[in-house]
Design a protein around this ligand. Structure first.
Ligand code: PLP
Length: 385
């Protein structure tokens, strides 16, 4: 039953219908041919995903967007759409663990090979490019070392090779716009900053309409498209993204400086600190802040653990992008399953803690971190521990 109204709701409604009613056979033809606008079946398209995709494509400066069931749904759909049997891909060092498993454990079953390169040193990828290379994939800012990708140089190399540059911009929404720098596609885990409240799991792909339509066909076939309620929640998150990013980036920079000045922390990694190896690149690429992630190295697992235990209001919750500050321990969570040699090769230690800085008062945050540093100082621990 339809209820007529000459007014319309300010807040977008949630359209949970799986299927839409069609007038007749000409109508269904017109919808499939694109001559009429509308929806048929929710796995292919529905209003809430349409609204989110449109806002995300405007935010990232692409022609079209596609909402997927998760960040990994978006990434897997891009890889499976752009790569065929025996193709080759170039992947930046230190990508998210499941992206790494996708290329090293799953795509290998179709003979798809890859090489890994340092994202800040674009020249290093040239020797790996070959006639079978079909894409370059990078994360704008990596986890947990917060390495920054040289997108301008990578885009020039991709253009020259005639292949797409795909950028996972999960750590850098709003502070970096990869499409303006020459990327062909941008993907996000909407689960993180864009959703912003740790209550939804979604992904998005943005880029040229023709490419996004090709990925949409595959995502729909694999059942990888996103659902109405979570799309609606993500739209609500998106409305405050800019305010949240401003606050989180400012607090992260302040905290990074405070940690560095404190002396109790072995190493502080933050692209906004001059001590970070990619600081100059970050200053050029990240136009509105250096991100909400800060990584500190407490030296060893025991000290990291006692520091984490001394933070009563900052949860150990291995995700990121929430309104509240959270902690992750990469060696036992995102990078679990990698042996000591693999971790050492990447420079990831058991003492590393990755903070996702939220919206709390930055002075309150620092007070809690400072107290925890004092409490977990080796000189304060009983002898023999
Ligand atoms: N990309 C990055 C950089 C991530 O950190 C994550 C998850 O942590 C993903 C992709 C995957 O996103 P999702 O958990 O929404 O599948």
């Amino acid at each position: 039953m339809r209820i007529e109204s000459t007014s319309h709701p300010l807040a977008p409604p949630i359209g949970i219908s799986t299927v839409y009613c069609l007038a007749d056979l000409d109508h269904v033809d017109a919808l499939y041919d694109g001559a009429a606008k509308g929806f048929i079946y929710a796995r292919d398209a529905h209003p809430n995903a349409g609204q989110l995709a449109e806002k995300m494509s405007r935010l990232e400066g692409g022609e079209a967007g596609l909402v997927c069931a998760s960040g990994m749904g978006a990434i897997a759909s891009v890889f499976l759409s752009l790569l065929s049997q025996n193709d080759h891909a170039l992947i930046s060092e230190g990508v998210y663990g499941k992206t790494s498993s996708l290329v090293s454990r799953q795509l290998t079953r179709w003979g798809i090979t890859h090489d890994v390169f340092d994202p800040a040193n674009a020249g290093a990828i040239k020797p790996h490019l070959n006639a079978k290379t079909r894409m370059i994939f990078v994360e704008t800012i990596s986890n947990p070392l917060l390495r920054v990708a040289d997108l301008d140089s990578l885009a020039a190399i991709a253009r020259e090779a005639g292949i797409p540059l795909v950028v996972d911009n999960t750590f850098a929404p709003l502070i970096c716009r990869p499409i303006e720098r020459g990327a062909s596609l941008v993907v996000h885990s909407v689960t993180k900053m864009i959703g912003g409240h740790s209550d939804l799991t979604l992904g998005v792909v943005v880029g040229a309409r023709r490419m996004v339509e090709q990925i949409q066909t595959l995502a729909s076939t694999l059942g990888q498209t996103g659902n109405p309620f979570e799309s609606w929640l993500a739209l609500r998150g998106l409305a405050t993204l800019s305010l949240r990013m401003d606050r989180a980036c400012a607090s992260a920079l302040a905290l990074a400086r405070q940690f560095e000045a404190h002396g109790q922390v072995g190493r502080v990694l933050y692209p906004g600190l001059p001590s970070h190896r990619d600081h100059l690149l970050a200053s050029r690429l990240l136009t509105d802040g250096f991100g909400a992630m800060v990584t500190i190295d407490m030296g060893d697992r025991a000290t990291a653990e006692s520091f984490m235990r001394a933070l009563p209001s900052i949860p150990f919750a291995p995700s990121l992008g929430d309104v509240q500050t959270t902690l992750s321990h990469p060696a036992t969570t995102s990078h679990r399953g990698q042996d000591d040699a693999q971790l050492a090769r990447q420079g990831i230690t058991a003492g590393m803690i990755r903070l996702s800085v939220g919206l709390e008062d930055p002075d309150d945050l620092w007070r809690e971190f400072r107290q925890a540093l004092d409490a977990s100082s080796p000189s304060r621990r009983p002898e023999g521990t």
